[in-house]
Design a protein around this ligand. Sequence first.
Ligand code: ATP
Length: 242
Amino acid sequence: MLELTEITKRYHVGQANEFAALDGVSLSIAPGTATILQGPSGSGKTTLLALIGCMGRPTAGRIRLSSQWDLAGLGFGDCAELELTGLAERFLTAIRRRLFGFVFQSFNLIAGISALENVMLPAYPTGMSHGECRERAATLLASFNLSQRAATRVELLSGGEMQRVAIARALVNDPAIIIADEPTAHLDTRLSAEFMAMMADCKAQGKTVVIASHDPLVCSWPLAETVVEMRDGRVIGVERRQ
Ligand SMILES: Nc1ncnc2c1ncn2[C@@H]1O[C@H](COP(=O)(O)OP(=O)(O)OP(=O)(O)O)[C@@H](O)[C@H]1O
């Protein structure tokens, strides 16, 4: 399990405008499952995704990885479980790179460089050779029928092509967990359905998927075993689906 226990995230601590974006959130995510975080704007979905993805630390609470995850592959082979909340920044960064792939709302592709270079970017800091980065990125683009577009600057791609490049980039380090924040917010129905089908493929390959969305198409898609309803920084409901 990826276990979050009583997570609180406060901003502006000790100031007049102190604010709890998350307030006592507990959640379990099993490997190979899909979870959707649902809730209105400001309910804390992005903040929660950021903490799950080791992009920040909670103000209070614990985030733990059980031995069901490949802790040895993360460099923590001797641990029965790994408490992320206590780790030094450099370990968190390494875990973020190895364990997670991120898909952002507006894809966050880097304009001015090619589709191939965009996909290669997250692989560089892992220490992989340039040749290996290139080969991996090219293989992923080929699997998404984008070989012909690999050398094209991303700003010249269609919306659907950009989406596939963004997913390829999220997958380049072969992450166990894919985190997507409002991934369909700028997509039409066809592309949104395509995105969800790709997430279903990832899950079929054994990956864990966590998506924050208030898009009804995402929430009703037959993908997630767990739909978490958030409001005002709290979990107000958890629906388990078969
Ligand atoms: N860095 C920050 N400093 C202060 N407040 C913040 C910060 N980041 C987020 N918040 C606040 O925390 C609350 C939760 O924000 P968050 O982005 O997690 O919600 P969300 O459910 O993802 O919303 P949306 O769907 O609009 O992205 C909001 O009220 C937001 O203004």
